[in-house]
Every structure is written in C-alpha cells, then in structure tokens.
Design a protein around this ligand. Structure first.
Ligand code: GCW
Length: 667
C-alpha cells in the first residue's frame, strides 16, 4: 500500500539503480536550513529509490575534491546562475548540484530526484535551469474556521476553529510545493471575514511565524489575504480611506508588527470592491490609490502587494445588452496602467469572466504595459467538475500561456508577459487557486493531484507541455508500467475536452446550479436572476460581444479584435462567447449549431465511458486503494455526465424545436 499523504514524493524502488554506488552519500558545506532540507530530501529519496542506506553530512569547503563519490551540494554566491536557478553536473562518480542561493540547490535536488524517479539516465549530466516566472504562488481560499471556499478535498490544513494548525502536514505540504518550484503561498481566503481579519495581529503572529519558518526551509514565502476595512473592523477607526492619515498610521503599525515576527513575510493579496468586499471605491479613491498606500508602507520591508483584478458589479442587469461583465476587468484597470507602485502586482484571472471551462484570454494580458502582472488560474475545480470529475487543467493553461496578445512587442505571448520578459518586469508570475485539503490524498480525486503538480511545473517552466507533465506525474505517483503511463495519460489528456463537451458548449459558460456551482442548470447563474446571460431564445444562443453588441472585442489588439469580431474567423470553441448564433448556422464541420450541441453532449458521455475502460484495465497494476477511489469517482462522473447531456440537450430541443438529426432519445 502506498502512502498517499506523500503524493508524488512517495518514493519507491527504481529498477536498474543497483550498481549506482555513487549515490550513497550526500555532502554539503553550507549550514542553512534550506540546504539541510535538500540533503534530507535526497537522503530519503535515494534510500527508497535504491533500497540502500544513504547518509548525509557536512564537509569543509574543498574537501569534496578528495571524496571518491556522492552527491555534493554547493552554493556559489558568485555564480552566473539565476538566483533560484541551478546546475547539475557529473564528474566521474560525483554529482554536483550548484546554486547561487540555497533555494537553487533545493530545486536542483528535486530535479535530480525527478530524473531518477522518471527512470532517466544519470550517466551524463549537464543541466542548467532557471524558472520562467519569478513568482510561482498558490492561493488558498481557506477560512479560519477550517472550511474552504470552493474546496473539494476536505478541510483546511492551515486552520481549524479559528486556530492555526502546525503538524506533519505543514512540512509535507511545503515539500510537495517546493518539489515543483512553488515559492509563495497565501494561506487564507481572499474573502477575509470575521476572525480572519485578525490574522495580522499578535493573536496569530507567533503561530504564523512558526509556519513561515517551516516554509522558509523550503524556499516558500508566507503571504496573507488582507481585509481592506481592517482599520475599522479591528482598529477602532471609523473609516478605511487609503488617503486618511489615521488609516495610514494604523497600517504602518500593523505591518511593523508583522515584520517583527516574520522578517521574510512575503506580503498581501487583496480582493477589493468585488462581491461585497470593501475597497477604495467607498471613499471615491482608485484601486491604484488603495494599493499604493499599502505598497508604500510595506516597501521598506521588501514586501509586495498583489491586487486582484477580479472587480465587477455582481448586481449588473444582464438584460441590458450593452453592459457586459466580461468588460469589467479591463474597464476598471486599463485606465490605471502605469499608476501602480513597483511593488504592486495586478493579479489577473486567465479569462475575463470567472474560470469557466472555456474562456478567451483576458484582454488585460497584453493590454497593460506599465504594470506588474500575475496570471491567476484556478487549480481547484469549481467550474470543472469539483474534483468528482477528472479534469486535467494543464492543457488549458498551456493554451493560455501560448496565446499571442499582439501587444506590439516581439515577446508577446501571455507566457512572455507574465514572466516579465516583455516589459522588463521582475515582480510578476503565476498564481493558482489551490485544490488541496486535509483529505488523505490531499486533492479528493487522486487524479486531481496532477493539477497541483502541473501548476507548479508549468509555472516553473512555461515551455513544458501538458503531456510531458502528465507523464512525469504518473511516473512519480504510480508506476513505470507502460500501460499505466499510456492509459492514465490518455485519461488525463482527454478529460478537459470531455468535460467541455458534456457541459456548456462553445464558450458560453456556466449552466450550473447557483451557489455551489455543481451540476447542470442551463438558466442557473446566481448573478443573473433573469436567466439571460447566455441569451438563448427559440432561434439561437450566444452573446453578441462584437461592435454591434457589447463591444468587448475592442479590448483586444489587432488582429485578435477582428478575428473575434467576425463569425467566420472567430475560433469555433469560443463562438457563443463572442456571438449570438442561430441554431441552424452551419459550423466548419458542416453540422448545424444545434446538431453540434446534441452530438458533443453524447460524445462527452462516450468519452467518459472510454476513460472508465482505460482505468479498469489498470486493476492490479496500481495501488489498489487508489484504484478503488478513482473507480468510484469515475462512476459518479459517468452518471453526472449523463445528467448534463440530458438536461442540456432537452433544454435546447425545447427551445429550438429542432429534432436530433440522429434520432436519439433526447429526454
Ligand atoms: O469564482 C468566484 C467564486 C468565489 C470566489 C471568487 C473570487 C473567493 O465563486 O467563491 O471567491 O470567484 O475569485 O474572488
């Protein structure tokens, strides 16, 4: 039986390592908690992977020359490497892992472990790596009572009943994050309410310091989400106006105290003026004024303010054909481009709406030129099956990263922009809304761990493909059996397309039950009580977002704007996001829109049946507990996908009155 709590760090014997005597000792000559952790990780991994006893010890600098064999960890401050980068080389029986700073060595150690774990040769080694993105962060939406907003894997590992949790899991969490290069985590929900507002006070700081110390040993900075109204809610002030001197003084005191406890505290994530959260709008101040006030105070400590662009009016009247929620992010933040301090980063969701199964890329990415940016993706599967369905999300993020914005610079993809290459920024990167909880296997669905692993890997190296990442994860987690690799890769790679097929078609989004957002409900969307967000009527469906409609397409650079504007050039998977289309419109496949809706909903279910076949064939080849758990979830997915198929198809059959060309039963 495997220890699922260790996820992909559940090291196991690797065949063919028997003769490798060179890996039985780890040496380091730099006393630092991160290096000590790197050595300990190698010790554990190499012991298990080789089934020999491996030890680690400190040596004096220079001594390595006399050693016959082993893995040698070196920090060379004068090295030309990137500050988090590393070099792995081999000289006869010695392997050297060199970093400019200890974190580089830690990442190098995990790289070597991954190579061995994936069965790669270590005969010749000449590896040099640096991360694509400076900030690679996880955002947890954990509440201080232990519940998790949009969490599908149990309760929080950080909080319980208004207390901070510190246990073995804290360290294992940090190890798992570091192994894929994550270097910053926000542990509390962006919706900061009640006692969570007090996380920045002495009541919690001593415990948070302990957590930050554990994280520090793995190269991870601790961040918190902050309540913009804290000066009122816990400071006794009557306002939270960012330009008010009393408010500023209050924040100064609060930040000073935090840094007294946690000198390497990362900073804050802020959701302001959105979905009921307080913010600068109350005082007729701009988001730049709000963010800069905090940024100025935190600057001397080296902290950053990550300010979310998820700002929209959730009470908007969807029946008005000119107002468009998709436009809100750009409308709110473009006028402020260049007005934010250099330690403010704007965090932008990948799409203009809200983590739907298919959305275009947010036009802020490529729009903003003078502002640090972080791309936010949702690892937790709020709208993609809530970890009851398998939905491997890395292919989606890969597409987003490769999207050409045509911002007028040579390096113009989203990956270029958020890495800082395009506009020479150093405060930028990627953030993922975490999908973990205290479930034994961390992620509820065993296959959802691939999304956590994959988020880290792709934010470290944006050139990796989703398939490469899937294979690594399978090898590290399950087995090197060829059929296991082939079948699980097949399941993962087909899971997002399948989910898309049996849920909402061609970029229209939602169609879920309000509130918890699970299961089919075509008209169900809590912020649209008229059920019109998809504009479906008896003739067609889709939102006209071209110039004749809401004008959203104008937020893109050319040629993207024209591409989306015209039905003929608009990518078909986004057709209903951008246009109102009649049910009888012929798609490129030659099928009518209505037939496409029917067919894809049937196909999606068949795809799930195919996944089940692939999974069943693995019985006996993988851990039996994991096998059973996933089998159960796939069964639920199959039955839910049929619900989706039937409810969506019958809705459109009734609306359009057009029968299925293939005469299948539409319920
Ligand atoms: O997707 C929506 C979720 C909210 C979430 C919000 C956000 C944390 O339904 O639960 O709040 O996005 O991103 O702030």
């Amino acid at each position: 039986m495997m220890n699922w709590g260790k996820a992909w760090l559940n090291y196991k014997k690797i065949d063919g390592m028997e003769e490798t005597k060179l890996l039985d000792e780890i040496y380091y000559y730099w006393e630092d908690p991160i290096i000590v952790n790197a050595a300990a990780e190698l010790e554990t991994a190499l012991t298990k992977m080789q089934e020999i006893s491996v030890t680690s010890r400190r040596i004096e600098k220079g001594e390595e020359a006399k050693l016959p064999s082993g893995v040698i960890l070196q920090v060379e401050e004068s090295s030309s490497l990137d500050k988090e980068g590393y070099r792995i080389t081999r000289e006869e029986n010695k392997i050297f892992i060199e970093g400019k700073e200890p974190t580089g060595v830690l990442y190098g150690a995990f790289h070597l472990i991954r190579l061995i774990g994936c069965g790669e040769s270590i005969e010749r080694l000449a590896i040099e790596e640096a991360p694509s993105n400076p900030n690679r962060m996880l955002n947890h939406w954990d509440n201080i009572d232990g519940s998790i907003e949009r969490g599908y894997a149990g309760k929080s590992i950080f909080f319980d009943k208004e207390n901070i949790l510190l246990n073995d899991r804290t360290r294992d969490y940090a190890r798992l994050c570091a192994s894929v290069g994550i270097n910053g985590v926000v542990i509390n929900n962006v919706n900061v309410r009640g006692a969570a507002t007090r996380l920045i006070t002495k009541e919690y700081l001593p415990q948070l310091k302990k957590m930050a110390d554990i994280f520090h040993g793995y190269g991870i900075k601790l961040f918190l989400s902050l309540n913009f109204a804290a000066p009122m809610e816990i400071g006794g002030l009557t306002l939270a106006d960012p330009l008010d001197s009393q408010v500023i003084t209050w924040w100064k005191g609060a930040f000073k105290e935090i840094y007294e406890y946690i000198p390497d505290f990362g900073g804050f994530l802020v959701k302001a003026d959105s979905e009921g959260r307080p913010g600068p709008f109350t005082y007729h101040r701009t988001h730049a004024e709000g963010a800069n006030m905090l940024a100025e105070i935190i600057k001397p400590y080296g902290g950053i303010i990550v300010w979310r662009c998820f700002v929209y009016n959730c009470k908007q009247d969807w029946r008005d054909r000119l107002t468009d929620r998709a436009k809100a992010g750009y409308d709110n933040f473009m006028p402020l481009d260049g007005k934010f301090n250099d330690n403010v980063i704007l965090q932008i969701k990948n799409g203009p709406m809200d983590f739907q199964v298919r959305e275009p890329v947010s036009p802020l990415l490529g729009g903003l030129r003078h502002t640090n940016q972080i791309l936010e993706v949702q690892v937790t599967q709020e709208y993609t099956g809530q970890q009851r369905h398998v939905c491997y999300l890395i292919p989606m993020w890969e597409e987003v990263l490769k999207f050409k914005t045509y911002c007028g610079e040579k390096a113009d993809t989203v990956a270029d922009i958020v890495s800082g290459r395009t506009f020479y920024q150093t405060n930028c990167g990627m953030a993922g809304v975490a999908n973990i909880g205290n479930d034994e296997n961390w992620t509820g669905h065993d296959l959802a761990a691939a999304n956590w692993y994959g988020f880290g890997r792709i934010s470290w190296d944006t050139t990796l493909t989703a398939e490469e990442i899937a294979k690594e994860w399978i090898l590290m987690t399950f087995s090197d059996d060829e059929r296991v690799i082939e079948n699980i890769t097949g399941i993962l790679m087909n899971s997002w397309p399948a989910y898309e097929k049996y849920t909402s078609p061609l970029g229209i989004g939602w169609m879920v039950n309000p509130g918890h957002h699970y299961g089919p409900n075509v008209d169900g969307y809590e912020y649209d009580r008229w059920g019109t967000y998809h504009r479906a009527d008896c003739k067609g469906i889709g939102v006209e977002r071209g110039q004749a409609g809401t004008g959203y397409t104008l937020q893109y650079h050319e040629p993207n704007a024209s591409m989306y504007e015209k039905i003929e050039t608009c990518p078909e998977e986004l057709l209903l996001f951008f246009h109102y289309i009649s049910y009888t419109h012929k798609l490129k496949s030659g099928k009518t829109l209505i037939q496409h809706i029917y067919d894809t909903h049937f196909e999606g279910v068949e795809d799930v049946e195919e996944m089940i076949k692939k999974w069943k064939a693995l019985e006996g080849s993988i851990d039996s507990d994991a096998f059973e758990r996933v089998t159960l979830r796939l069964k639920e997915q199959l039955s839910n996908s049929k619900d989706w198929r039937d409810i969506v198809n019958s809705y459109f059959y009734r609306k359009s009155g057009i029968a299925d060309g293939k005469n299948r039963t539409i319920y």
